[in-house]
Design a protein. Structure first.
Length: 585
């Protein structure tokens, strides 16, 4: 007998009763005992692969999770799914696979869980899209679920030699610095030898990018939203002590199963608002404006870009992390991590304390257990923030009727408005080439269109172009807008997610060189100096969406199915349309 009643759990379909003898024979073939077969079956999903350092440590960590599940009378079943690592996919056609991979991750985890009738899930993820993809699957399935991040990379250090510019020698290095080093190299201010030395030391260990880029942003979200154990996301990937969090996560999911606490009990409108607060106050990635609506969609909750940005607007920015600030994820962990950040938010009444978490306790109860306080260096006091509003801002206007988003963390308020003539490019490659050749002028607004989810297809990130601008020292002298995305590592005045995208005939499709564009991150507006009539005339003359080379395959399929950016660029109707919940099947 197990301590769990399997008569209502999905795995009864593969383990209970005489008719399931064939299914059980497969399980005996894998070395399971009779007792293990009749315990709850827990999916342990990882994104382990050899594509990048973000994922390389996940297999080890999964073994720790399995030990925790076993210790709490569950039977873990490990499986893997894909990831596309943005750092490797960046700056070429591979980046079109990135956002589509989020959907593929959610879909493959769902299919694996359904196909084998698993009762609960612990999901491990390391790279940008794999975090929201894994969380989306949990909410879609509505099983007892615990998320655990694979951990961040250790910071790199440059050799103290004269060939390397002093500002690179004096700071912790991340992959963002390598993209900027390419810009320096292109404009002749960094030698071949210096670039060669830097690329060997910038990323010294396993783990995801170290700044508050997309992976760490979504790792912080996993704690704030309640799907991960408190402080589980902070510890760097190489630390052996990460395994303790893995083991604890395995035990935690069995506790949730026992109490029948499911993913949608955890992910509510209030917990999504908590997550958006944490993104704002840490200067997190603009990609959270895409992923939070997508996670909400799986629960049937309307939580769109506007709702995310409304929270950003009145949340102080008080955690000094790269790319806008100075510190990396390891530094945040060393001063107490996300629990201390959330304690500061609580002081200002900006956290819903009654939200349930992966431990079975509420956010408030969890924060009551935290004794550490803000250190004043990495985590400022909320009473004396870096800036009074969030590090990410939403924009709306006649150029983006469905909204857009810009990361202003680290940009002084006097540089948060920009007006200039448009310099229009039809895709990122054209823009990158122009930047390399200095085919643009100071004071211009660089427009990169046809890079949205459907029109790209795939909504690529523009890190190569923005990093090259920074490397040329032009990051503050031009603005950039796109219907594509930016990396969490992007610096400078860069507006993404402009909607409707060009492929749908949004105003960004109608711009011409020289049109005057005004961006105001203080008041949240983005406009082009054209009347409604002028825009309507241009729309009549618009030749229609640009043809792409993707006429078949997964990326074509994604482009056919994908919805509006402001709703999270999702590819299915979500919980609002569902007729059953997997857990009750």
């Amino acid at each position: 007998m197990t301590k769990f009643d399997k008569s209502k759990l999905p795995s009864r379909y593969v383990t209970e009763g005489p008719s399931k003898a064939p299914h059980r024979s497969y399980m005996y073939a894998m070395g399971l005992s009779e007792e293990e077969i009749h315990q709850p079956l827990v999916g342990v999903a990882t994104c382990w692969n050899e594509a990048a350092p973000c994922n390389i440590a996940l297999s080890r960590q999964a073994q720790a999770v399995k030990m925790g599940v076993k210790a709490a009378s569950g039977t873990p079943r490990e499986f893997t799914t894909i990831t596309v690592t943005d750092g490797i996919a960046m700056g070429h056609e591979g980046m079109r696979s990135s956002l589509a991979s989020r959907e593929a991750i959610a879909d493959t985890v769902e299919l694996t869980m359904r196909g084998h009738a698993y009762d609960a899930i612990v999901g491990l993820a390391g790279c940008d899209k794999s975090l929201p993809g894994m969380m989306m699957a949990m909410v879609r399935l509505n099983t007892p679920s615990v998320f655990i991040y694979g951990g961040s990379i250790l910071p790199g250090r440059a050799p103290q030699v004269e060939e390397i510019p002093e500002d690179f020698r004096s700071r912790d290095l991340t992959v963002q610095d390598m993209f900027e080093a390419v810009g320096r190299h292109q404009n002749g201010t960094m030698s071949d030898a210096a670039l060669d030395m830097l690329e060997r030391v910038a990323c010294p260990s396993a783990g995801a990018c170290g700044g508050q880029f997309t992976a760490n942003t979504m790792a912080c979200v996993s704690e704030a939203i309640g799907l991960a154990l408190m402080n589980s996301s902070g510890m760097p990937a190489p630390y052996e002590s990460r395994d303790q969090y893995g083991e604890a996560s395995g035990r935690a999911v069995m506790n949730l199963l026992e109490q029948n606490i499911r993913a949608r009990d955890v992910v509510t409108l209030k917990s999504l608002q908590n997550a958006a607060r944490v993104v704002a106050c840490t200067g997190g990635s603009t990609n959270a404006g895409l992923h939070l609506p997508a996670i909400a969609h799986e629960a049937g909750i309307d939580f769109f870009l506007d709702d995310v940005c409304e929270i950003f607007r009145d949340t102080p920015y008080f955690v000094d992390l790269k790319p806008g600030g100075q510190y990396v994820a390891k530094d945040l962990y060393d001063v107490g991590g996300i629990p201390v950040v959330m304690k500061e938010l609580r002081k200002a009444g900006l956290i819903h304390e009654d939200c349930i978490t992966a431990s079975g306790r509420s956010i408030g109860e969890e924060l009551d257990l935290i004794s550490r306080e803000a250190d004043g260096k990495v985590i400022y006091s909320i009473d004396a923030p870096i800036t009074k509003t969030g590090g990410v801002v939403g924009l709306k206007g006649n150029l983006a009727p469905e909204g857009a988003i810009v990361k202003v963390a680290g940009i002084p308020s006097q540089h948060q408005t920009f007006t200039g003539p448009a310099r229009v490019f039809e895709c990122e490659e054209d823009a990158f080439e122009a930047v390399q050749n200095r085919g643009y002028e100071e004071g211009e607004v660089i427009v990169i269109r046809n890079e949205g989810p459907a029109g790209g297809p795939g909504m690529r990130e523009m890190l190569s172009t923005t990093a090259a601008l920074s490397g040329q020292g032009m990051g503050k002298k031009v603005a950039l807008i796109t219907d594509g995305r930016f990396s969490g590592a992007t610096r400078g005045f860069c507006v993404g997610h402009v909607g409707p995208e060009a492929a749908y005939g949004g105003p960004i499709a109608l711009l011409k060189n020289g049109d005057m564009i005004s961006i105001d991150a203080i008041n949240g507006t983005i406009t082009v100096d054209l009347t409604d009539d002028e825009l309507a005339e241009r729309k009549k003359a618009w030749p229609g969406p640009r043809e792409t080379m993707y006429a078949s395959g997964a990326i074509w399929k994604f482009a056919q199915l994908v919805g509006a950016t402001y709703k999270g660029a999702v590819t299915h109707p979500g919980a609002e349309a569902e007729r059953h919940i997997y857990m009750d099947i």
